[in-house]
Design a protein around this ligand. Structure first.
Ligand SMILES: Cc1cc2nc3c(=O)[nH]c(=O)nc-3n(C[C@H](O)[C@H](O)[C@H](O)COP(=O)(O)OP(=O)(O)OC[C@H]3O[C@@H](n4cnc5c(N)ncnc54)[C@H](O)[C@@H]3O)c2cc1C
Length: 322
């Protein structure tokens, strides 16, 4: 039977949260299109995580475990996915629209001659897809005309499905790469942080250009740490060199949808909203009562952040100490 193939994303043997959101889409698509659901995990020393994907309605979980796949690179991963897609007659290949998914899926689509829908937030009954464009101010409906389709999903748009007690077959994928890889990773320098990863965190505290200098940045960092939150920032804050670019939330940064999002001294430009408007509860602190962020916020505080954030910090410390 024809199938849909979900590419699970893992890092150092831990599944990324978006894999489960992607699974929400893949499961729905499999049911709607009458396809078997297959999942691929690729990496090195990743066999142990197949169990975590049991119970979600997959027919099979394919494990491509090889030292050549330890660090993600486009070409080896493309070869593994395309070979498996042919073997299981995958009519749809899908993954989350993460940095890795955005790199890998277009290459797979090109290799398989398949059309692609990117960053989708919904699949309709007629098989068309909805995707936000122009920083989310317009929702486009796209149709992929090829039989085989490649689809990347916006993680924040799909709920992770509930785990059941069904079991999938676990298959080992024979990783014999038939083309020499033209890219070799010489070295990898990781950013070390005690804080949770921005796209995985339950709470995100973001600061804007208004942080002004190190003192302002430290103030936001302290609040983040007290709340066990990830720290985010507006592009203006990143461009000003206040914080590293990897903290940028928005259209050209990361898309987050935590349970709680603090926008502190952030105006609420549409490009910033594009990256956080899916958050469950949004708290905005801004000294300008007309700031557009207040139109989206669930809770708004018109105040000077340099006054109220230290007060919040003190209050949280007091309550934590109590
Ligand atoms: C193609 C494109 C892509 C973009 N992508 C992104 C993106 O991914 N992410 C993103 O964030 N932006 C993005 N931008 C930029 C975006 O348009 C805004 O310029 C940016 O978000 C503004 O950042 P900001 O709110 O920190 O700064 P500002 O616009 O300068 O706003 C600062 C805010 O802080 C408030 N403030 C100042 N001092 C205080 C204080 N003491 N206490 C409380 N409040 C205070 C002000 O009232 C104001 O509302 C993009 C722009 C373009 C054109």
């Amino acid at each position: 039977m024809a199938s849909i193939l979900l590419i699970a994303e893992q890092y150092k043997g831990s599944l990324r949260k978006v894999t489960f959101n992607g699974l929400g889409f893949a499961k729905q698509a499999a049911e709607q299109l009458g396809l078997d659901l297959h999942i691929l995990i690729a990496g090195s020393d990743v066999g142990g995580i197949a169990d975590e994907l049991q119970g979600y309605g997959a027919k099979a979980i394919h494990v491509a475990d090889d030292s050549d796949l330890e660090i993600y690179r486009t070409e080896p991963y493309t070869q593994v996915v395309c070979k498996l897609a042919d073997e299981i007659d995958a009519q749809m290949i899908t993954a989350a629209a993460t940095v890795q998914g955005k790199d890998l899926l277009p290459r797979i689509a090109g290799r398989l001659g398949a059309g692609m829908a990117s960053d989708i937030v919904e699949m309709l009954e007629d098989g068309t897809f909805k995707r936000p464009v122009w920083a989310g101010s317009v929702i486009a409906r796209v149709r992929v005309e090829t039989d085989r389709k490649v689809v990347s999903t916006r993680g924040t748009a799909f709920e992770a499905p509930k785990k059941g007690d069904d079991t999938a077959d676990v298959n080992e994928v024979d990783v014999s790469l038939d083309e020499a890889d033209k890219v070799r990773v010489e070295d990898m320098e990781e950013t070390k942080s005690e804080r949770p990863e921005l796209t995985e965190a339950r709470v995100v505290v973001s600061g804007g250009r208004s942080m002004k200098d190190d003192k302002g940045v430290k103030m936001i960092e302290e609040l983040s740490d007290l709340l066990g939150a990830a720290m985010g920032a507006s592009r203006a804050a990143c461009d000003a060199g206040l914080v590293p670019n990897e903290l940028q939330v928005g259209q050209t940064g990361k898309v987050v949808a935590p349970e709680l999002y603090f926008a502190i001294g952030i105006s609420g430009a549409i490009q910033h909203l594009a990256g956080m408007k899916g958050s469950k509860v949004i708290v905005a602190i801004n000294k300008d009562p007309e700031a557009p962020i207040f139109q989206l916020a669930d809770y708004g505080l018109v105040a000077d952040m340099f006054k109220v954030v230290p007060e919040m910090v003190e209050e949280i410390k007091k309550r934590k100490g109590a």
